[in-house]
Design a protein around this ligand. Structure first.
Ligand code: AMP
Length: 305
């Protein structure tokens, strides 16, 4: 399916999530930033995944990655418990309230081996996880491709120093609006963007949930809407899916032009719109490239003027 010139290496969390939204409640379902990002990226490019799970992690989930063009040589199975995250959303589905985070096997997974099939020339996505782990992978891989990074409020609050150090080495940073304000101390998003870009990343995405996303790159400011949906069940993973699709899409090109950057944002928004339709990664495992292209055409009609 994918016709890529590069692969994508993704490091991030693999989790068993327990999530409650106004539309239902699920226990121990497949989640984690790397799961959403890898499945999303896999529509556009082959993926190498670097992560860790405990012995309690269901085998069928490992098979699910493999079935979707995701190489899991870099996923270690360690004695101990898989990362667990418990969260609640109220009717305003824009932000999750974290009820519990159990790092489990991630506690001792800060210096993983990098699989031999990871190439420096591939693009690298440092999906949401401890910035100490993100930096280790970055320093080991020494990528010549695009380095993208995501994070969340937990790490901004608990690993700010490490995160700011890492930011200097990143090309593309993706955050949601709350995180942008938290990192920069600026309320206004344009000011927040300038403050964050001054710390390193040339390209910045600020996600605004149902209001789409902003993209900043040198003098360029772009807005991409969120795809309009009638039914939305669980917003978990929308941001990770966005990041995975964006870097996956860009991996199809040896040279990234402004046109491709614009299209990568549209595909990112579309993939995220599928994720939120059902709990866990379910929709990402059901859809085809045709479903994605259908929404792409709808997007063109909606935004043409
Ligand atoms: P998002 O909705 O895009 O913010 O991502 C939600 C996913 O991130 C869930 O599937 C969680 O398992 C995972 N997650 C939650 N907290 C953390 C954390 N502190 N570090 C890494 N991943 C996390």
């Amino acid at each position: 399916m994918a016709n890529a010139s590069k692969k994508v290496t993704i490091v991030g969390s693999i989790a068993l999530d327990s999530v409650e939204t106004p539309f239902g409640r699920k226990e121990d379902i497949l989640g984690g930033s790397a799961s959403y990002a890898a499945l999303s990226a896999s529509f556009f490019a082959p993926v190498n995944l670097i992560s860790v799970v405990g012995k309690d992690f269901p085998k069928r989930y490992l098979n699910l990655y493999k079935k979707n063009n995701i190489d899991i040589t870099g996923v270690e199975v360690k004695p101990g418990k898989t990362f667990r995250w418990k969260a609640h959303y109220n009717y305003n589905l824009n932000s999750a309230e974290t009820l519990d985070t159990q790092l489990g096997v991630f506690q001792s997974f800060l210096k993983p081996e990098i699989p031999k099939n990871v190439s420096r020339a591939d693009n690298l996505l440092l999906a949401n996880i401890d910035p100490v782990l993100q930096e280790w992978v970055l320093d080991k891989v020494k990528p010549t491709g695009i380095v993208a990074m995501d994070t969340m409020n937990h790490w901004i609050a608990n690993r700010k120093k490490e995160l700011m150090k890492l930011l200097k080495k990143v090309d593309l940073f993706l955050v949601n609006e709350g995180e942008a304000r938290q990192i920069s101390g600026e309320e206004n998003l344009l000011n927040a963007a300038s403050a964050i870009q001054a710390k390193g990343p040339k390209m910045l995405v600020i996600k605004k949930g149902e209001h789409g996303a902003l993209f900043f790159h040198e003098g360029l400011l772009l807005m991409v809407p969120a795809y309009l949906l009638e039914k939305l069940h669980d917003p978990t993973g929308a941001g990770d899916t966005f990041a995975g699709a964006m870097i996956g899409y860009l991996s199809q090109f040896s040279k990234v032009t402004e046109r491709e950057l614009r299209k990568s944002l549209v595909y990112a928004s579309i993939l995220a719109s599928f994720t939120v339709e059902k709990f866990s990664v379910k929709r990402l495992t059901e859809i085809t490239r045709e479903d994605i292209e259908y929404r792409y055409n709808q997007f063109e009609k909606l935004t043409e003027f």
